[in-house]
Design a protein around this ligand. Sequence first.
Ligand code: ZN
Length: 303
Amino acid sequence: MTQLSTPRSAQAGSEGETPSADPAPKGPGENGGLTPTVRVTRVPEGLWLRCPSCAAMIYRKQMEANQHVCPECDHHFRIGARERIRLLADDKSFEPMFGNLTTTDPLKFVDLKSYKDRLAAEQARTGQKEAVIAGRAFVKGRAVMLCCLDLTFMMGSMGSVVGEVVTRSIEHATEEDVPLVIVSCSGGARMQESGLSLMQMAKTSAALARLDDAGGLFISVLTDPTTGGVTASFAMLGDIILAEPKALIGFAGPRVIQQTIRQELPEGFQRSEFLLESGLIDRVVHRHELRNEIARLVDYAGK
Ligand SMILES: [Zn+2]
């Protein structure tokens, strides 16, 4: 079932945010899988940009200073892990961990290009080894284990390295008895790692069960988009599940579901507010309030 959501993420991941920076030459059919929404929601270069939600022309610097939220309509732009950490953690408090892991590509996977080349291109473009950054941090003076998935690297897809970093973060939080905060944004399991990628779902979930046995606290923060195998594992296993406004959260995409069940989907289907109404998440939190909310929950849980 996860296959339904992963091919798009893999293709989108190869595209990234600045396609011109991709050194690999593109075949004529390579962009064929990209849907228009991917193009619309990508943040273009330049001083001004058009908000994909309200269509207002907004000054990029003003939007960035507003925590990447549209000053006109509160649209939450997608942000990478480094920016997320900068917004959540206290100044200079973040200490990265587990950053030396890389996949060995045991399947020697090749799609439009080899997985090895795809990874190398993503690493060169982003300056990161993988689609996750984790480490110790303080949030308003509270010690936490902070783990952020990164949408800018292969669409935040979960391969064995992402799964391992998430698992080690959970284990570190268990051993050190600090609250765990995972910020999810992902296209799901990583197609190029096939079954190895799917195993990360069981591994992360098992680690969370041990954290729970030890009486740990896990705050899961869902951001746009959280889909596929990430939703189907650790992202939905939080003691408390927060989501940013209007984030797409689901397993398979709405189009796939609509084609399968042949019924009109309700308005706002798979968006944070709909999930809150359906009881799947606990709270929709504006990006400006996320730091306060996490600190408040840590205090409330007595951690
Ligand atoms: Zn707007």
